[in-house]
Ligand binder design. Sequence first.
Ligand code: ACM
Length: 456
Amino acid sequence: MTSFAALLPRPVSVTPAPGTCPWPSTVDVRAASLPPEGYRLEISPSGVVLHVADAAGEVYGRETLRQLAGPSAFRVAGFAPGELPCGVVEDHPRFAWRGCLLDVARHFRTKAEVLRFVDLLAAHKLNVLNLHLTDDQGWRFEVPEFPRLTSVGGWRPSSMAGSGGAQDGRPHGGFYTGDDLREIVAYAAERAVTVVPEIDIPGHARAALAAYPSLGAESSYEVWTAWGISTSLLSPNESTLDFFRRVFDHLLDIFPSPVIALGGDETPGATDDHREFVRRLAEHLVARGRTPMGWDEVLDIPGLPPMVIGSWRNEAAGLRAAEAGHDVVMCPEQHVYLDHRQAEHPDEPIPVGMLHTLEDVYAYEPALTGPRLRGVQAQVWTEHLDSVRRVDYMTFPRLSAFAEVAWSSGNRDYAEFLPRLRDHHLPRLDALGVEYRPLDGPYPWQTRPGVPGRPR
Ligand code: ACM
């Protein structure tokens, strides 16, 4: 039987009681006045009563039940016979925004893979999927009015292999139809996950420029086959603005999220006209009743409406954003970029970025506090993650550690967390088929591509 001490993320409080409850058992769900997304789970020998604040509270109460039912409950949800410990779990999240960015632009992930990723977020009580849909290397969002965005912008002939500059010569691409994305949104909503879509402007837009060169200053562009920061920016004129207003309008038709992300990061050579272009698109989203989200570079733009700022370059940007009256999601690359390497061992595959060990991620504590802090977000950029297996390897178990940062209040003790993760949570990930990084280093088939005798 799984004990309450095995729960991850750790709940607000647990009061164990004598006895056990057979599982499966009836679950009576009752509305109650509890903190948002909260639940109170009462397990007795005669059954389970789940008091919930709202639909999200029910999702989280059931996730907790699933963990208590043991790893086999992750193989056949709800049907694994066994028993539950008796007692009461009271729980609600620390932060309202418990996010993870998934970059499906650099490497496309199929719809089925995105749905699976949503399941994994919900299993960790994370509630925002920030879906990075467009970038220099690919445009993944079908817009019927502008079909070349996906017929041209969704494909590239080759990709940079690793970070060394050589090309792999292998075509890559894919995109989501409106129906695909509506399905992802609905599937996520059932699991209390909001999909916050991102269309990145005015940089990170070479795929759009390749599709419609008149959006830029040059006569032709190619979907980028390299990684890095491109100097190609959208031309900040009225016709480009009109084009992107229509693109965003179509995005709003599909994504009900109150927050819509417009990027704004890494725009070398940007002028005041580019800044005004971003501001006007932000205003467009506000006029449509949504809150724009931008990366912290947009703080240099005068006259911005109130936004959600993703503080990624450092912690100070988040403090600055809050002072300027914006809400903030803390996602600093110094702490929560899960594409960055997780050990210094030479066998780590494509060990880019800064070192972020499991312990580092577990220890992350945002510098900003107070009402402007909406929450925290981990980031899975995929330049070097060309398969769902590689995404699994970089994301887990660090995202499991991050989930506790986002959900659980109070002190965190890595010495307590580590055995809980190893003995109870990794078996859950195993049952879910997640190819996480083992705690003592990669399996041979997970090591650095290109090492002789090892698979590329
Ligand atoms: C970012 O990592 N460029 C937001």
